[in-house]
Structure formats: C-alpha cells, structure tokens
Ligand binder design. Structure first.
Ligand code: NAG
Ligand code: NAG
Ligand code: NAG
Ligand code: NAG
Ligand code: NAG
Ligand code: NAG
Ligand code: NAG
Ligand code: NAG
Ligand code: NAG
Ligand code: NAG
Length: 397
C-alpha cells in the first residue's frame, strides 16, 4: 500500500498536468527578467517538470539561490546575459503558438491582391532621387519579375537621365494591402539592393506618420555594411536604458536626436550590403507583441534558425535566443503608438544616403543620373515574406 501511494504520487509529480508541454530549448548563461510565478528549490534538471505542473508556466530560469532554485516564469522573455544561470523554454500552449496568416511569394507577389505599387516621386530631393513606378511600367521595363521561383524587384539600370531632370531614377516601392497591429513577420531574401547612393528598406508604417508608428527592420545606406534598426513614433515613447540588456545589437543612443526618432540599434557587420549578398542573404524577422514588445532578429546564412529554414508551420521566436533589437511596450511606450501598419519594401537613391555620399548629395545625383550601369545590383531577390499570428490577437485587426 505504501508502495502504491508512492508510485501514484510519483506519477502525479512528473506528469505534465496542464497540456502536452515539453521542454524544447535550454540556454546557458541567460536568464529571463521578471515574470516570476514563484520559485521552487531544486536542481536545474528538475525545473522543467516543476514548470509543467504549474498553470501558466512557460519557462524557467535556474540559479544557485538558496542552494538551487527554479524560478518558474509566465513568459519566455526578455532574455539577458547572466553567468551561471540556465533558462528552459516549454513548448507554447495553443494561445501562444504562431500560425501562418499570409505568405507573400512568387505565386502572388504581383497579382495586385497583395501589394500596392506606389507611384510617385519626391519634389524635395532630401527624400531621395527616385521615381517610383506603377506595376505596368515596372513590368514593361523589366524591373520586376520572377526568377527561379524568387521575386525580383530591381531599379532602372539602362537610362541616362536628362541633365535638367528633376525626377530621379525609376525604382520600386510597394506596400501590403493588409494593415497589421501585431504578429510575426519573416522576410527571407537572397539579395538586397546595393550600389552607389542606394538606400533600401524593409519597414512598416501606420497612417498619419509618425503618430501610428514606423518600424524599420532593414535599412541602411551604401556606405554601411551593417543594418540599422529604428522606431519612429509620436510623443511619449521612450526606450529605457534597461532595454539594452535584452538585445545583441549596439544601441546608437540619441541618433537623429529629433522628436520622433532615437531608438536606433545597429546590427553587426555583414547584415547589410554586399557582404550580406555574398553570404546568399538571410532572414529579417519582426515579432510585434502588441502588449509587451517589438523585437527584431537579423540572421545571415547559414545561421538561420532551424524552424525558419525548414519552413515550420509554427515558428517559435522563443527558441532563437536574444534578438538583435528589443523595445519594451508598456508604461514608457504604450502599445497605441503603433497601429494599422502596412509593410513597405523600397529602394531609394541619394537623399539621406546622399548626405553620407562621398562628395555629397549633388555628386550622388550626378552618379544616379549618368551611370545606370552602377545599378545592376540594385535589386531585391526575395524568397518570401510570411506573416504569422497568435490566436485571439489583433494581428491584422
Ligand atoms: C506574470 O507574472 C507577473 C509577476 O511576476 C505578473 O505581474 C503578470 O501579470 C503575470 N502575467 C500573466 C500573463 O499572468
Ligand atoms: C486562450 O485564450 C482564450 C481567449 O483569450 C481564453 O479564453 C483561454 O482561456 C486561453 N487558454 C489558455 C489555455 O490560456
Ligand atoms: C486587381 O485587378 C483586377 C483586374 O484589373 C481588379 O478588378 C481588382 O479590383 C484589382 N484589385 C485590387 C485590390 O486592386
Ligand atoms: C529639359 O530640357 C529639355 C530640352 O531643352 C526640355 O524639353 C525639357 O522641358 C526640360 N525639362 C525640365 C524639367 O526642365
Ligand atoms: C533595470 O536594471 C536595474 C539594474 O540592472 C535593475 O535594478 C532594475 O530593476 C531594472 N528595472 C526594470 C524595470 O527591470
Ligand atoms: C551577452 O554575452 C555574449 C557572450 O558573452 C556577448 O557576446 C554579448 O555581447 C552579451 N550581450 C549583452 C546584451 O550584454
Ligand atoms: C539632443 O538634443 C538635446 C536637446 O537639445 C541635447 O541636450 C542633447 O545633447 C542632444 N543629444 C545629442 C546626442 O546630440
Ligand atoms: C565593421 O566593418 C567596418 C568597415 O569595414 C570596420 O571598420 C569595423 O572594424 C568592423 N567592425 C567589426 C566589429 O567587425
Ligand atoms: C485602424 O483601422 C481600423 C479599420 O480601418 C479602424 O477602425 C481603426 O480606428 C484604426 N485605428 C487607428 C488607431 O487609427
Ligand atoms: C541590369 O541589371 C540586371 C540585373 O542585375 C542585369 O541582368 C542586366 O544585365 C543589367 N543591364 C545592363 C544594361 O547593365
């Protein structure tokens, strides 16, 4: 009888009571800040089982407190460096699992049900020396198409512009028809535009800029070999010093120093420009949890997380480690700073990129006008842009 009770209690103890969770990822020397349900004394190898028994437990961090303590967590983030601590992630419950909302790829990219081609040019060249063309023009000039199952979007590389032209080089700017309020966005590309004075970007923007936000996941100018991640918002959105513990990029504190920007994070060398293309590209990811955070990862091939590389139907950002950039949403930046964002992909020329160009904006425009052959690498080669949502979240709406 004693033996039976022992066996029953033993099974009770180890069986996951709340759903079929398992521990899918462990990290050494990383801890999750806050989000404690409570602490349980034990060895690091026992933490997963403790977590499985507690409703709402999604992860744990173990440290040597009180001879060894499993800190059971109701969230899988934010991660920060902490020598000697271990963190384990449980498989997400249904409410925390991402599934595919929309895949943008060669099969639908140009079918007018996915993207709008923006057709305009800037009258003030500080915004760039380009002429964004509509789909029909882009197609007839060979600026867009499908190559080996990948989406190609280039820039005019044959026309010498008239010396007096105030309108810049033909280029592409598109935005999604769908507007988003949260979600997981995975942009997988083999090649990004490069060339003199280029200023390519993959970003989001809400209406009435900047009051509904802008998230720049991929942006830079031709002199850079690293990606520059930035938010632009309305007033009362601050990035706090503590956030810098939660990402691997370099906080370019005070960059721009104007009223709507300053949350600028630099990714490592190789995440932008020719070095990135020579590596056959990579993946840029935005995870926008409307209540908690915006986090961004830059992955360069071959270092792509397995679930992304294998096109898992349920990619799990909690298994990808510390992000390249992390922004807390909460009291210092309320979630309503970001609403109804479309996703934009464009290649600009000169303007902001001209100010950093050797010789300045006018030399940049001179090259842009007279040297079309310089823009043969000014193209995107895109595998896909996939958007995933969690259940019961305002992903598109
Ligand atoms: C998670 O735990 C923290 C306390 O550590 C609490 O403030 C928060 O509300 C909890 N979140 C959820 C979703 O239970
Ligand atoms: C999932 O979310 C729904 C709606 O918010 C809620 O009713 C349900 O209790 C949640 N399930 C779990 C396991 O948390
Ligand atoms: C796409 O093109 C078709 C045919 O020209 C048109 O009927 C439809 O309204 C267009 N859809 C959008 C979203 O522009
Ligand atoms: C540029 O010069 C040409 C030839 O003189 C003229 O036809 C054209 O209108 C001018 N364009 C502009 C924008 O001034
Ligand atoms: C910010 O970091 C400091 C020290 O690293 C810590 O004491 C403080 O609790 C942190 N604040 C928050 C809100 O996490
Ligand atoms: C965390 O530690 C790693 C490895 O020691 C280091 O490369 C990285 O810069 C650290 N990150 C932060 C945010 O301190
Ligand atoms: C930003 O502007 C403020 C107010 O003008 C000034 O005090 C601060 O030094 C500036 N910071 C940088 C990095 O330029
Ligand atoms: C990044 O690249 C620049 C330019 O090539 C170089 O000067 C710098 O040392 C590199 N930084 C790192 C951390 O490798
Ligand atoms: C976002 O778009 C929806 C649908 O058009 C609209 O009802 C809502 O008011 C918009 N939100 C903001 C903050 O503009
Ligand atoms: C224009 O660029 C495309 C794409 O790189 C290239 O195939 C083509 O040869 C270039 N055309 C000229 C005239 O350089």
């Amino acid at each position: 009888m004693f033996c039976l009770i022992l066996i029953i209690s033993f099974f009770f103890f180890i069986s996951p009571i709340f759903g079929q969770t398992s521990c899918i990822k462990t990290y050494s020397n990383l801890a999750i800040n806050g989000n404690d349900i409570h602490g349980v004394q034990g060895s690091s190898s026992s933490c997963c089982q403790y977590c499985q028994q507690i409703r709402g437990c999604q992860a744990y961090t173990w440290n040597t407190f009180n001879g060894g303590t499993c800190w059971l967590k109701n969230d899988t983030q934010p991660l920060y460096n902490s020598t000697g601590e271990y963190t384990g992630i449980l498989s997400p419950g249904a409410n925390n699992t991402y599934s595919l909302l929309k895949s943008y790829d060669a099969s639908n990219w140009f079918n007018n049900e996915t993207f709008v081609f923006n057709s305009f040019h800037y009258t003030d060249h500080k915004n760039g020396f380009v002429n964004y063309v509509d789909y029909e023009t882009a197609k007839s000039e060979g600026l867009v198409g499908v190559q080996n199952g990948k989406v190609y979007m280039g820039m005019d590389n044959t026309t010498i512009l008239p010396p007096n032209s105030t309108i810049g080089r033909n280029a592409i700017r598109i935005n999604t028809l769908i507007r988003f309020n949260s979600g997981l966005f995975i942009f997988d590309i083999d090649h990004m535009p490069t060339g003199p004075g280029l200023w390519p970007a993959f970003w989001t923007e809400g209406p009435k800029w900047p009051s509904n936000g802008e998230i720049d996941m991929l942006e830079g100018i031709s002199e850079q070999n690293f990606n520059q991640i930035t938010l632009h918002t309305g007033e009362n959105c601050a990035m706090t010093a503590n956030d810098s513990r939660y990402f691997t990029g370099k906080w370019n504190y005070g960059y721009g120093n104007n009223t709507n920007s300053g949350c600028d994070v630099l990714a490592p060398n190789g995440t932008f420009n020719t070095g990135f293309n020579q590596a056959s590209g990579g993946v840029f990811v935005l995870e926008w949890d409307r209540e908690k955070f915006i986090r961004i990862w830059n992955f360069v091939r071959p270092n792509i997380p397995e679930d992304i590389a294998k096109a898992s139907p349920n990619p799990n950002p909690s298994t990808w480690g510390m992000p390249t950039a992390y922004y807390t949403l909460g009291p210092n930046c309320t979630p309503d700073h970001f609403n109804n964002n479309t996703i934009i992909i464009n290649s600009d020329l000169c303007g902001v990129a001209g100010t950093a160009f050797q010789g300045g904006e006018l030399v940049c425009e001179d090259v842009a006008r007279n040297h079309p052959e310089e823009y043969s690498d000014a193209y995107w080669l895109i595998n896909s842009l996939k958007v995933y949502c969690k259940p019961n979240t305002p992903c598109p709406n």
